[in-house]
Design a protein around this ligand. Structure first.
Ligand SMILES: *[C@@H]1O[C@H](CO)[C@@H](O)[C@H](O)[C@H]1NC(C)=O
Ligand SMILES: *[C@@H]1O[C@H](CO)[C@@H](O)[C@H](O)[C@H]1NC(C)=O
Ligand SMILES: *[C@@H]1O[C@H](CO)[C@@H](O)[C@H](O)[C@H]1NC(C)=O
Length: 327
């Protein structure tokens, strides 16, 4: 028999307060991209934009020579050209799309972003996609995305068939669709629009940007956003480096969350590369352009003839950190 003393110690050890701390998973930093680090860790893609945008994706050498990409020790910037008129027979306005060489499965991504592309015709995205593919095998996670003059971020998933999300989840965002299958609803995906002010576009930029944390695990994919001047930014997010992070702990309710109760995680998701891109017009921004308050005229003419409109069409990244579960 246990003596009463030992028994009470066991009760304390097993109390509700103690158990979550011992069972929660610690994540350690696996990679950090900052300034010039992006140049050696990402590929500058040059193919035609798969979403049919009015862009000409340039390689890294061209991007650096023309200052469409710029890196020093502290900051990394990439943008669309804002000087040239684009001839109508050209592929499009010079822009960038970069893909990380490496891929990660279960992970925590923390992006410290000072500025994102904004304005009419723009369609920027920060997202991850299966390295193995072919798309949509292995899945897609859209973290920060929108078009034209949008003010609220859209987070979404795109998958192979048989992956849906419950309508009601524990997040602050607004569910706009629940079927993640890329083959239905014209590849709409299962999207959640952020209800956070300043989560996208000019509002995001006017506040100095902020931090976006994306936690991917066999429990869920969840995104948190903190504006630069938010009073509740967790220390481990703000400081940009930490030996160990317990994702979600004291972070409050996520902006968007995607759970696996109606979607088998391991057959829909595998290791992902990280992508940043900036396209113009195309399947989403182009179709939305006429009703976006950007007219008159069509999106392609706007892009070709108004270089000045793209002065704020740039990404400015302070850092991107990747944490993985501690073994
Ligand atoms: C290149 O871009 C950076 C970042 O916007 C800027 O600070 C720098 O002055 C630009 N360089 C030239 C030559 O325009
Ligand atoms: C929702 O998530 C928050 C933050 O993680 C947590 O405090 C709260 O208990 C959760 N609510 C429900 C209904 O699960
Ligand atoms: C669809 O996914 C569920 C799990 O989410 C699984 O039980 C079911 O067998 C799957 N159906 C098909 C046709 O793969």
């Amino acid at each position: 028999m246990l003596s009463p003393n030992i028994f009470s110690i066991l009760v304390v050890l097993l109390s509700a307060k103690y158990i979550p701390a011992t069972l929660s998973q610690m994540y350690t930093q696996n990679a950090q991209f900052k300034g010039k680090g992006f140049l050696e860790s990402f590929n500058w893609e040059t193919y035609d934009d798969p979403t049919h945008g009015r862009v000409n994706f340039v390689n890294q050498g061209t991007a650096l020579n023309t200052n469409l990409s710029y890196a020093d020790n502290d900051v990394f910037i990439m943008r669309a050209d804002y000087h040239q008129i684009v001839p109508s027979n050209a592929r499009g306005r010079d822009s960038i799309r970069i893909t990380s060489h490496d891929a990660w499965g279960d992970s925590l991504l923390i992006l410290d972003l000072a500025h994102m592309p904004e304005g009419c015709a723009t369609w920027p995205a920060y997202w991850t996609v299966s390295k193995n593919g072919p798309w949509p095998q292995g899945g897609e996670v859209d973290i920060l995305e929108g078009v034209n003059l949008n003010s609220n971020n859209l987070a979404s998933l795109h998958t192979t068939s048989n992956c849906t999300m419950p309508q009601t989840r524990n997040h602050t965002g607004q569910v706009i669709s629940t079927n993640c299958d890329a083959a239905v609803n014209y590849n709409q995906g299962c999207g959640v629009v952020s209800t956070a002010p300043n989560s996208y576009g000019s509002g995001f930029n006017n506040n100095g940007g902020g931090w976006i944390a994306t936690w991917r695990s066999s429990n869920a994919i969840s995104h948190w956003f903190w504006s630069r001047n938010a009073p509740n930014v967790p220390d481990e997010i703000r400081q940009g480096y930490c030996d160990g992070i317990t994702p979600g702990e004291d972070w409050g309710t996520p902006d968007a969350t995607f759970v696996w109760s109606q979607c088998d995680y391991s057959s829909h998701y595998d290791p992902h590369q990280i992508i940043f891109d900036l396209t113009l017009c195309g399947d989403w921004a182009g179709n939305a352009f006429p009703t976006a308050g950007c007219g008159p005229g069509n999106c392609q003419d706007f892009v070709d003839n108004n270089p000045d409109a793209f002065q704020n069409a740039f990404w400015e990244i302070n850092s991107l950190s990747v944490y993985t579960p501690q073994l």
